[in-house]
Design a protein around this ligand. Structure first.
Ligand code: UDP
Length: 377
């Protein structure tokens, strides 16, 4: 035995939320896991670190939000949450607009003051654009929801930078992530529960993985020794890219990557908001986060700002977003069918399931996988 030296019940590939919940829950049931991650840290893309007393999210802003009480209570076992309401500001060529699309946005865009005036304006623009009843791509869906003016200033440029393709070539569901409301309410999310862990996200993972029954190895790539792992471990939880697991035999799935550029400033407030989106097509980054504003009790004379540059993905870069268009969805279906036949392995997480999951959905999926796993016994 090269790796399964302690008679582990599970090999868990990836120390992100899916893998960590699985390891934690398996340990509670007396099962032993080896968790490996090719990165040098645990927590996956939820990883945060402290800089001058500020929690910096290394892989972009993570605001925990859910409608599911079970998931909210589950998270609260590991951390206390600071109440936080995400309110995103859009900067379009120097003009400011509130997001998500709400009465403040409509007032700023058109000067309309009542929900009826706003609805009439959107209806008029939607009709003029002759949008079909069932919008078939992101552009049609956006115009159907909020009209042409907002589409042009706040959606088209941002979306095409973010995804590296035309809004007419993207699935409609992506824009339905954002609420549209006819109240003066700038809350970016509709969920009942929302917050930021008081000491950042990494400590949640430290708590989950701290057990005599769990060993963690970082900087270890499953693919360096995949045959041996497959031979030695009866049960594997795999949260990496599903196409890579199957050696790309049905073709390569596409992903979108991001490059982050952070800077420290000697100031206590540079942009006055946690997130500012740059929605024009020329600015090369999509958004700028100022981390201290995620923490209402932030103190000190420093601030860290991070710019988010979307970039083309290749195998040397981190895969952040699956691109769930028609072509990729067809390829994914083939992998999914193959995965269903493969009893030794459970596929989980954004990359294992090729889904644009939010954090709460990953936690939920991991708990479901655990329920299923332990109802087998
Ligand atoms: N979006 C946009 N303008 C914005 C913010 C978002 O058009 O200012 C669109 C864009 O297509 C994006 C999608 O809404 O991909 C979902 O945005 P969200 O903030 O949920 O993306 P995430 O935080 O997951 O990157």
């Amino acid at each position: 035995m090269k790796y399964n030296t302690k008679n582990y019940d599970y090999l868990i590939v990836g120390a992100g939320p899916f893998g960590s919940v699985f390891a934690y829950e398996a340990a509670k049931r007396g099962k032993r896991s080896l968790v490996i991650d090719k990165r040098l840290h645990i927590g996956g893309n939820m990883f945060t670190h402290k800089e001058h007393g500020i929690n910096v999210h290394d892989y972009g802003a993570h605001i925990f939000h859910t409608n599911d009480k079970r998931i909210w209570n589950y998270m609260n076992q590991f951390t206390e949450f600071m109440s936080y309401t995400n309110q995103v500001l859009a900067n379009y060529k120097g003009e400011f607009y509130n997001l998500p699309f709400n009465m403040n946005t409509f007032y700023q865009m058109w000067g309309v003051k009542t929900p009826k005036e706003a609805k009439d304006k959107i209806f008029e623009q939607k009709n003029a654009a002759e949008i079909p009843k069932n919008p078939k791509n992101l552009e049609e869906q956006a115009i159907a929801l909020i009209g042409t003016d907002i589409y042009k200033k706040l959606i088209k440029g941002y979306t095409e930078k973010q995804w590296g393709r035309k809004a007419t070539e993207l699935p409609a569901f992506i824009i339905r992530r954002l609420p549209v409301r006819y109240t003066f309410d700038n809350n970016y999310f509709d969920d009942r529960y929302q917050g930021i862990p008081i000491d950042g996200y990494t400590q949640i993972f430290n708590k989950m993985l701290h057990s005599e029954l769990i060993d963690v190895q970082v900087g270890v790539d499953f693919f360096d020794d995949r045959e041996i792992y497959l031979e030695e471990f009866p049960r594997i939880i795999y949260t990496g890219m599903i196409d890579q697991f199957f050696d790309y035999k049905f073709g390569e799935l596409e992903y979108r990557s991001i490059r982050f550029e952070s800077q420290l400033f000697e100031s206590d407030n540079m942009q006055g908001n946690a997130v500012v989106n740059y929605t024009d097509s020329e600015t090369p980054f999509t958004r700028v986060m100022e981390w201290r504003h995620f923490d209402r009790k932030a103190e000190g004379d420093y601030t860290v700002l991070t710019k988010e540059y979307p970039q083309k993905w290749d195998k040397t870069k981190e895969a952040y977003y699956p691109i769930n268009d028609k072509k990729n969805s067809e390829i994914f279906k083939k992998y999914r069918r193959e995965a269903d036949k493969y009893n030794q392995v459970i596929f989980g997480g954004r990359l294992g399931n090729y889904q644009y999951y939010d954090m709460d959905q990953v936690f939920n999926a991991a708990l479901k996988a655990i329920d299923k796993e332990f109802s087998r016994e």
